[in-house]
Design a protein around this ligand. Sequence first.
Ligand SMILES: Cc1cc2nc3c(=O)[nH]c(=O)nc-3n(C[C@H](O)[C@H](O)[C@H](O)COP(=O)(O)OP(=O)(O)OC[C@H]3O[C@@H](n4cnc5c(N)ncnc54)[C@H](O)[C@@H]3O)c2cc1C
Length: 287
Amino acid sequence: MYPGSFQYSAPSSLAEARGLLATLGPDAKVLAGGHSLIPMMKLRLAEPAHLIDLGRIPELSYVREAGGGLAIGAMTTYHQLETSPLVRDRYPALADAASQVADIQVRNKGTIGGSLAHADPGADLPSVMLALEATLTSTGPGGQRTSDADGFFQGPFTTGLEPDEILSEIGLPALPANTGGAYKKFANKASHFAIVGVTAIVTLAGNTCRRVRIGVTGAGANASRARAAEAALEGREATDDNVDRAAAQAGEGIDFLGDIHASEEFRAHLVQVFARRALQEAVARAR
Ligand SMILES: Cc1cc2nc3c(=O)[nH]c(=O)nc-3n(C[C@H](O)[C@H](O)[C@H](O)COP(=O)(O)OP(=O)(O)OC[C@H]3O[C@@H](n4cnc5c(N)ncnc54)[C@H](O)[C@@H]3O)c2cc1C
């Protein structure tokens, strides 16, 4: 299968890329790892007249310390995330999720920015961003703006990004001491996309769950926070019973997807199972 014809630009700076996107208008699209956009073009589900390749902009690829947390450039690949000592030590849930994306070919090319901007309902990283309360910085004709991950994922393949904006940086805030995190998913056996994926971030004070954040992906039209489950565990002892009770509420508020991979009922069941597993591991790591 061949895509339709298109013009190609490879800018060397973010400013140049932003200028091109503004000039070329809605017929242009930015190209990151290409592992979602190129297949869509081959299937003629996307037919951009112009591709602006971000792959030659070194300033968009980094993991560095910032304000006690981390700043991650949008063109940082899954492989860079899963092998980054900073990510593995401080945000193991993100390393977990990145290491479970597809196969090594996809992880070598696919980017955090592409994953978040594309917002596939079965993508792994959106749930991690929600549970870590990440910030997303984008740049466009109106300048630079930063928004919260919460509210960014608005529907299947729909985000808070404007068509003329480029996602440039993901900010991960510092986590309190005694925090553990984990990502668990029930994967599609062929693609590895999440049929259901759950991120849990738990902060302990003694054996009490002082702070709990849970992000769910794959289950509904877009990734979302499991606030009822978070509230059910916060302030309680980190016992198996309390974790089970909280996990049982992880699907609250989700309008479950049903498709050839899993029925609505099965996804509802999986959310509870994988929330329990993610919470158990997050608690163990917090200890
Ligand atoms: C075989 C296969 C298996 C896969 N399995 C999984 C899986 O298990 N889990 C998973 O999460 N994903 C999976 N994916 C998807 C993969 O992770 C993609 O890499 C990801 O969805 C998109 O990232 P990308 O860098 O390739 O973006 P691209 O494909 O280049 O772009 C995707 C979209 O985002 C836009 N975009 C990209 N970067 C930016 C930016 N910085 N600012 C604004 N817009 C931007 C593009 O214009 C395009 O519309 C799989 C893909 C394949 C081909």
